[in-house]
Design a protein around this ligand. Structure first.
Ligand code: 9Z3
Length: 307
């Protein structure tokens, strides 16, 4: 945990940090008197810059499907603080991929001239999305905060967790972001663009301190905490998830394999190993695995609050 504290001392807070913190404080303050639980969803990947004035960075595959889809299902009971990677998928707008935007519109001519309309076959879906999005916004049930780099993400995660600790057991953390395990500390990073004229590049990356321990024990100790464990080797998945649970002593680890993450996940707790899978008919009906994950979690969090 001393390593975590050192990391925050040695890294700079992101741009707009104080504005974001104020917004999060206001959002959480609204919930302090009520009994609506709040879920902090982290979503998308983190970058690891190679230069101070960053031209190049290391990134990962995550586009935030898990986090953005999950947010939509959490609104049955929870309000949502959505901490997401800049330009990654967001709840509701994820259904409108940019590449298809112009295909759902058409130009119609009437007495008043040309009008831009949504194609008939797309109207019902779009109306549904807009109604849901507007109601969530109008009722103040969503706050979105962006990050890009690993350092930005960790500063925002710590600030959000500390603020959410006032909610006690009503705080739920759903840590779905794909967070880098490695980084280059500022004092070991060149300030300016690395020059190819200097020859082949060798990188040395250091381990990011494990923040989950500080999060569970110090930042938001009464919360319900769910972390994700991602592997590519199925033989490692459950063992690694169990090790994480033993080490950090939080409530639940959801294990997933890169290739099958959209179809099956495994819930690992102290007492169970429970697979959640999409069946053939789920797939045919367009059911998303996040609907099943979140349904189970909402119930688990409800029970946790009653204990
Ligand atoms: C996950 O495992 C998420 O389910 C995915 C979602 C990142 C796979 P997409 O954004 O993908 O829907 O494409 N998130 C956690 C990954 C992670 O970084 N976990 C760390 C680890 O496995 C520990 S917290 O060691």
């Amino acid at each position: 945990m001393a390593e975590a504290a050192k990391f925050f001392e040695e890294t700079a807070e992101p741009a707009n940090f104080n504005e974001n913190k104020t917004q999060i404080e206001r959002f959480i303050a609204k919930h302090n008197e009520g009994c609506t639980p709040v879920v902090l969803i982290t979503s998308g990947g983190t970058t690891v810059p190679l230069e101070g004035n960053t031209v190049r960075f290391i990134d990962n595959f995550s586009i935030g499907t898990r986090g953005s889809a999950s947010a939509e299902y959490f609104w049955t009971r929870h309000d949502v603080l959505f901490l997401h990677r800049h330009r990654s998928l967001q709840p509701y707008t994820r259904h409108l991929p940019q590449s298809q935007l112009l295909d759902i519109l058409e130009v119609k001519n009437d007495d008043e001239g040309q009008k831009l309309c949504v194609k008939n076959e797309k109207t019902a879906k779009l109306l549904d999305i807009i109604h849901k999005y507007q109601s969530v916004q109008k009722e103040g049930r969503l706050l979105m905060v962006e990050f890009t780099s690993l350092v930005d993400y960790l500063h925002l995660l710590r600030a959000s967790s500390l603020i959410m600790s006032s909610l006690g057991k009503n705080a739920f953390l759903y840590l779905a972001a794909a967070v880098s395990d490695f980084y280059i500390p500022k004092n070991k990073m060149p300030q300016h663009k690395i020059q190819s004229s200097n020859g082949p590049l060798q990188l040395s990356l250091e381990l990011v301190p494990k923040m989950l321990e500080a999060l569970v024990k110090n930042w938001v100790s009464s919360a319900y905490v769910v972390s994700f464990k991602l592997e590519t080797d199925p033989n490692l998945l459950i063992v690694k998830a169990q090790q994480s649970l033993e080490k950090y002593e939080h409530q639940l680890v959801i294990g997933n394999i890169l290739d099958t993450r959209k179809f099956e996940v495994v819930f690992v707790t102290n007492s169970e190993t429970d697979w959640i899978k999409l069946e053939e008919n789920d797939l045919q009906n367009g059911i998303e695995i996040e609907s099943k994950i979140v349904k189970s979690l909402v119930e688990r969090h409800r029970q946790f609050c009653c204990e």
